[in-house]
Design a protein around this ligand. Structure first.
Ligand code: F6R
Length: 615
């Protein structure tokens, strides 16, 4: 995720910016840049690569800088990682410099309008439109603050922004909407950053800006306004965290931080792609149009690990709503079997990292066999993303914990978007149902947020009871069967407990032999499951009658299920399509809490790598 640092004060600006950027490296990035004053000019340096490279470039050029200055680490979302796309970005005059974190949803339209008015664009980023909008507004107002405010009135989307202007060396203007931004206040100095760790060496007094805030920073301190115009005050917080706690925003582990980031990640994945008024899905950012799906006879979904589980959920959705037969394969199997593929096959490859060796090999094979190849990736410009015919990015932000969490629920979100898209295309999904589903999708981030907050304390307590067990069984049916597999994988990889995910109907064909009082079963049984709900209840009875404890996840207020199981966790009612996302969240938290109680290294589990680039 992009990182921003900015400084206004008497300290050596270069040192503050570089040190700040170094402290934001943990967020993940592919390029970096800085801008600051030298005498009355703006000096800029950008590199594709690391902050260390930027440091070397600056050292070679022996520049002496003055504040104000801005720095940025970029995690590409629009336009590949490159020096040209690295921030800061400028207007046509080269006098307005902008650093930005977030996504400008209407940048296409804005770029077209600005180009028609004669503006020249030098990058592929969405950010650059802001610099040009500020340039235009400055011509009218001659004042940076009003110009940024005016520019933002035209912008739709998420942003944390820092803007400087060559003609006003006393000021930085900042703004925030749905992307984090904090201000640091010191004696005659002000800092801005996307995250607290960036400014901790110099100040512990911070102000967390809220969505819709806009501020003028001068050495005497920040003045904060709302986008609507009125001035406001925000509380100054004294930060007690150490640097490592601060990187995790106060969470003890990246994994927990990333579990809590899921509402944001889902929102970012949906951003600009769903029109809740019409139920229409726009995948033009992935260059997807109806022609790409024309005449399809079969779909293959190929991936590894957690991404494979997302693919399994995709199968249930596509078969129901797109009416096209789907096969889901583990990439390591797919690449060595005689797959029957032709140009009427759509092959979907899912990968968080975009670098998984088996998935990449499968993709190359499918291309060779003339399939239409679509990738679902989180890392922009990764090999899988580059080699696919089309790519849909999940926009979950960098995932640092080795165990995948927010990338998975973002992949599921993409499948819901694709379902809506293809379901409407094939006519199987009625407009009415599409509208209902899109309404649910809009509400989903907040629902996930409420579920996390409600169930985390419950699962923390439950983990106390179960963390010493050595075997777990996870059962689900239908669209929640892959979620059972994912729940078991999460538990086994971070707590080293033996856990098996099973389709509940398979239990009688083998795993039932394992059931006894020391083998807990996690059962997913929402009432919305219809016929499979009744079947799940029977399976749970079978476990209970063999004295196996059951942790049952089901619909809030389901007294029948609550009475049947040993421990009941209720979740809000959701539709069948959306249930995999909601039921995944508590399983992540259960695995996390159990692993923590067992003293495991949650973020770096033994023997595992974040990106598996070997076979
Ligand atoms: C599990 C996990 C792995 C990955 C798998 C595929 O938590 O993270 O199972 O899902 O290695 O990785 P990607 O999605 O990067 O291809």
């Amino acid at each position: 995720m992009c990182g921003i640092i900015g400084y206004l004060g008497k300290r050596p600006v270069k040192t503050v910016l570089l040190e700040g950027l170094r402290r934001l490296e943990y967020r993940g990035y592919d390029s970096a840049g800085v801008v600051f004053f030298t005498e009355n000019n703006l000096f800029v340096e950008r590199v594709k690569g690391k902050v260390l490279d930027l440091d070397e470039r600056l050292a070679n050029r022996e520049v002496r800088g003055q504040a104000p200055g801005l720095g940025h680490t970029r995690w590409a979302t629009h336009g590949e990682p490159s020096k040209e796309n690295a921030h800061p970005h400028f207007d046509c005059t080269g006098e307005v410099a902008v650093v930005h974190n977030g996504i400008i949803e209407n940048y296409h339209a804005l770029k077209q309008e600005l180009s028609a008015r004669g503006h020249r664009f030098v990058s592929e980023t969405d950010t650059e439109v802001i610099a040009h909008l500020v340039e235009e507004a400055l011509r009218e107002t001659g004042d940076l603050f009003s110009a940024v405010k005016g520019a933002l009135s035209k912008v739709k989307g998420a942003y944390a922004l820092g803007v400087i202007w060559r003609r006003d060396p006393e000021t930085i203007v900042v703004a925030r909407n749905q992307s984090p931004l904090v201000l640091g206040v010191g004696e005659n100095e002000v800092f801005l950053a996307s995250d607290v760790p960036a400014i901790l060496p110099w100040t512990r007094r911070v102000i967390f800006l809220e969505d819709g805030d806009l501020a003028i920073l001068r050495v005497e301190g920040p003045k904060i306004f709302r986008l609507t115009g009125e001035e406001i005050t925000r509380e100054v917080h004294e930060i007690a965290w150490d640097a490592s706690q601060a990187e995790k925003a106060g969470f003890p582990h990246f994994m927990l931080k990333e579990i809590y980031e899921q509402p944001e990640a889902i929102r970012d994945t949906l951003r600009g792609r769903l029109n809740p008024e019409t139920g229409e899905v726009d995948l033009s950012d992935a260059e997807l149009s109806p022609e790409f799906f024309e005449g399809l006879e079969r779909i293959f979904i190929v991936a590894c690990g957690t991404s494979y589980h997302a693919g399994l959920v995709g199968k249930y959705l596509f078969e129901k709503w797109a009416g096209i037969p789907v096969e889901v394969d583990l990439a390591s199997e797919f690449r060595y079997r005689d797959v029957l593929i032709n140009d009427r096959t759509l092959a979907i490859f899912i990968s968080q990292s975009g670098e998984t060796a088996d998935t990449l090999a499968g993709l190359r094979l499918a291309k060779e066999l003339s399939a239409r190849v679509l990738a679902i990736c989180n890392v922009l410009g990764s090999t899988i993303a580059r080699e696919a015919h089309r790519v849909i990015y999940t926009h979950a932000g960098p995932e640092i914990g080795v165990a995948s969490t927010k990338a998975f629920t973002s992949q599921l979100t993409i499948f819901l978007l694709l379902t809506l898209y293809m379901g409407r295309l094939t006519g199987r999904l009625t407009l009415e149902r599409a509208m209902e589903l899109s309404g649910e999708l809009v509400e989903l981030p907040e629902k996930v947020n409420l579920v996390i907050k409600a169930v985390h304390p419950v699962l923390k307590e439950l983990s106390e009871k179960y963390f010493r067990q050595e075997d777990f069984l996870y059962l689900g049916r239908n669209i929640l069967y892959p979620v059972a597999l994912e729940g078991a994988l999460k538990l086994k990889e971070i707590s080293y407990i033996h856990a098996e995910g099973y389709a509940a109907g398979e239990m009688k064909h083998g795993p039932i032999a394992l059931i006894e009082e020391n083998v807990p079963t996690v059962a997913l049984a929402p009432k919305e499951g219809g016929i499979t709900y009744e079947k799940m209840l029977s399976n749970i009875e079978e476990v209970r009658s063999r004295r196996g404890p059951v942790i049952g996840f089901g619909t809030e207020g389901d007294a029948h299920l609550a009475n049947l199981v040993t421990d009941f966790v209720g979740l809000p009612e959701v539709s069948w399509e959306v249930s995999p996302i909601l039921y995944t969240v508590p399983l992540q938290l259960l695995a996390y809490e159990i692993a923590v109680k067992r003293g495991c290294d949650v973020d770096q589990p033994r023997n595992l790598a974040k990106s598996v680039t070997v076979e």
